[in-house]
Design a protein around this ligand. Sequence first.
Ligand SMILES: Nc1nc2c(ncn2[C@@H]2O[C@H](COP(=O)(O)OP(=O)(O)OP(=O)(O)O)[C@@H](O)[C@H]2O)c(=O)[nH]1
Ligand SMILES: [Mg+2]
Length: 321
Amino acid sequence: MERNDIEALVERLRAGDVRALARAITLVENGAAGEAPGLLSLCFPHTGKALRMGITGAPGAGKSTLVDRLAGRWRAEGRTVGVIAVDPSSPFTGGALLGDRIRFRDRQEDAGFYARSMATRGTLGGLAQATADVALLIEASGKDALLIETVGVGQDEIEIARLADITLVVLAPGMGDDVQSLKAGVMEIADIYVVNKADRDGADRVEQEIRAMQSLAQTHGEWIPPVVRTVGTTGEGVDNLAAAIAKMHAWLTGQGRLTARRALQWARRLDAMLRTELMRRARQHGVAEDELARHAAKIAAGQEDPWSVARELAGKIVEKK
Ligand SMILES: Nc1nc2c(ncn2[C@@H]2O[C@H](COP(=O)(O)OP(=O)(O)OP(=O)(O)O)[C@@H](O)[C@H]2O)c(=O)[nH]1
Ligand SMILES: [Mg+2]
C-alpha cells in the first residue's frame, strides 16, 4: 500500500467508516510489516482519551454478559463503545465467537458501537501486541470506552490485561476451585473483582476466598480492589459495578496515576516492539528463520559458541546506510 492509501484509510476510519476500520484491523492482525507501523502511527495521535477496560476470568463466568451490560449502559449515557473479544482457545469456529455475535446483534446498526473478535495466536509480536494494536485502531475510530474480554490467566491474558487502565476479574460460584484456580497472576492484574452469578449458591464463599487472598497480598498500593456482586442475566448489581469503575477511574485520573500506569505499560510494550522490529530487520538482512535452528544445533554439538553467534547475527541487523 502506498503512503497516500494508508492516509486515506485512516481518514475514513476516523470519519466512522466501519469498513475502513475492519480493513485496518485486518492489516494489523496479519502483521503486515509494511503497512502496520505507518497505519498505527497515524492513528496514535487520535488516541489516549478513551477508558480501556480489561475483563478477564474463568471460562463461562459471565464475562461477555457483563461486557454487554456495561456496553448497553454506557451507550445509553451517550458514550461510544468498542468491544474486543479475545478467544485464543478456539481460533476458527469458537463458540464464544458465535455467542458474542448473537449477543451483540442488537447493536449491529448502532454507529456508536463496534465489536470484534480476535482469534489469532502466533501473530508477529504476539497476541497481546496484536490486541493492543487493534484496540488502538478502534479507539482512533472515535470510541470513548473499550472493553477487552479475555479468558483465563495464561501469560497472554495477563499481558492483555496489562494493556488496560482498569481490569475486572470475573468469578462465579460453582466453578470448581474458583479463586485458587486463577492463581497468582490474577492478584497482580485485578482492579475490581466481580462475583457474577450472585443468584446462585456459593457467592458468599467466592467473596470470602477473594478477601482471604487479598489479605495476603499488597500489590496495589493505595487502591484496594473492591468486590462487586452481579447477576449478569438480570443486570442486578451492574449499577454498583459501573459505580466502582467510575470510582477507580476518578482515582486513576487524580494525581497523574493514569499517566503513570500507562507509562509503565508503554515501557513494556516498547520493549516488545523493539524486539519485533529487530527480528524483522534480522530477517530482512538475511537471518533466515531456520538459521537460528541451524546454529542451535551446532551449539548443542559443541561446534559453535553461542556468544559469538549472537554477536554475529546482531551484526547483520545494523541498518546499511
Ligand atoms: N445464573 C446466572 N447465569 C448467568 C449469569 N451471567 C451469565 N450467565 C450465563 O452464563 C453463561 C455464560 O455466560 P457468558 O457471558 O458467555 O460467559 P463468559 O465468561 O463470557 O464465557 P466465555 O467467554 O466462554 O469464557 C450464559 O449462559 C449466561 O447466560 C448470572 O449472573 N447468573
Ligand atoms: Mg465470553
